[in-house]
Design a protein around this ligand. Structure first.
Ligand code: NAI
Ligand code: MG
Length: 362
């Protein structure tokens, strides 16, 4: 049997720097755990634009469609700000998400004990926190028609449309229930059924899907109340499922409960392929960080933890994923800190490579 395939798109700025550490870790899993991957590397974002005049070539798109999983670093940078919208680095990422139809965006908010002091909330509120937000990623108000800015009478009107079909709600709800089955068997669905028809439909369809998952304890919450509850006592949640717009806000909020952008992974999943694995793209939440690029300062943990998510959700290697996450946790507990995890100017920070090496040693 051939090895599972992994397409690496390191991208721009700190993308290639953090990805170099992930390459070491992939190598370690091959050497020490007998888990070899067929790794292909290609360009995305500004790097692809520089080489080919487009942020994602058709060839790269085809490779992404065929890979068992795609691991992406980050795209963008000031050098590309002058480019036309159609070829901006971000368009490469958007094309991947769109054409792979990655409708289920998983954003964990997990608080490593050693970093609990970094939270803006009290330590007892966040210590041990481990929740997952599932955000619908391909529909809703960001895509609904009609949209635009029109003239009406003697003023302009900005229009966007929140639109969800039953099948769009059904598929993201299913992915959230599946996830809840693998975790704490608790799912909270958030919408605004009190003021939005799309929210009423959302609640109905999620409730219907829930009948297929009787073991999962399902609850519903209005999204604004959900925001309050997330800051009041986030540990009441296990998995949260919500639409594209509310998910955008709530996942950023939840993420910051736990500390630095340099620690936050994500997964975007689509429909199962012929081999049963979901189409999948894994990437750190952070961007290309041009302010620290090329200086060996970037924290590679977000990208390393994104690979851990790939092990769990694409390759059914939950135990190996836990092994990798535990290594990151140990390194943090041992006090290894990149600059983003330090408040004290007097301490010399670990470099990107130091952090990667420490994770491997752990
Ligand atoms: P950013 O996430 O790149 O950086 C925000 C701040 O966090 C910066 O001070 C940066 O140094 C710091 N930071 C981010 N990741 C870090 C890490 N791993 N270790 C240590 N510090 C880290 O967001 P920003 O500055 O708004 O955007 C910079 C560029 O990245 C822009 O071109 C933007 O369009 C792009 N971007 C790309 C994303 C992606 O590829 N998914 C997501 C967000 C932004
Ligand atoms: Mg956002």
């Amino acid at each position: 049997m051939s090895n599972p395939s992994l397409l690496i798109l390191a991208g721009d700025g700190i993308g290639p720097e953090v990805m170099a550490e992930v390459r070491k870790i992939i190598g370690w899993f091959g050497d020490k755990r007998g888990m070899a991957f067929d790794v292909t590397e290609d360009l995305v974002g500004g790097a692809a634009y520089d080489a080919h005049g487009t942020p994602l070539t058709d060839e790269t798109m085809a490779k992404a469609q065929e890979a068992d999983a795609v691991l992406l670093g980050a795209v963008g940078g000031p050098k590309y700000d002058v480019l036309d919208f159609s070829v901006k680095p971000e368009r490469g990422l958007l094309r991947l998400r769109k054409e792979m139809d990655l409708y289920s965006n998983l954003r964990p908010a997990q608080c490593f004990d050693a970093l609990a002091d970094f939270s803006s909330l009290k330590k007892n509120v966040v210590a041990g926190l481990d929740i997952m937000i599932v955000r619908e990623l391909t529909s809703g108000v960001y895509f609904g028609e009609p949209r635009g800015i029109i003239e009406e009478g003697n003023e302009r009107v900005g229009i966007n449309t929140q639109r969800y079909t039953e099948s769009e709600i059904d598929r993201v709800a299913r992915s959230a229930f599946e996830l809840a089955m693998k975790r704490g068997k608790k799912l909270c669905s958030m919408e605004k059924a009190n003021v939005m028809e799309s929210g009423i439909l959302w609640r109905e369809v999620v409730t219907e899907v829930g009948k297929d998952y009787p073991e999962v304890e399902l609850s519903h919450m209005y999204a604004d109340a959900g925001a309050m509850q997330l800051t009041r006592w986030p540990k009441q949640f296990d998995v949260i499922v919500t639409d594209n717009l509310f998910g955008d806000l709530l996942s950023d909020l939840a993420a910051m409960l736990t500390g630095s952008l340099g620690m936050l992974p994500s997964a975007s999943l689509g429909a199962p392929m012929a081999n049963g694995r979901p189409k999948a793209l894994y990437e750190p939440v952070h961007g290309s960080a041009p302010d620290i690029a090329g200086q060996g300062k970037a924290n590679p943990c977000a990208c390393i933890l994104s690979f851990a998510m790939a092990l769990r959700y694409s390759f059914d290697q939950g135990d190996e994923a836990t092994r990798l996450e535990a290594a990151v946790e140990k390194v943090l507990a041992d006090g290894v800190r990149t600059a983003d995890l330090l408040n004290d100017e007097g301490i010399t920070p670990a470099t990107t490579a130091d952090m990667g090496d420490a994770v491997i040693a752990a």
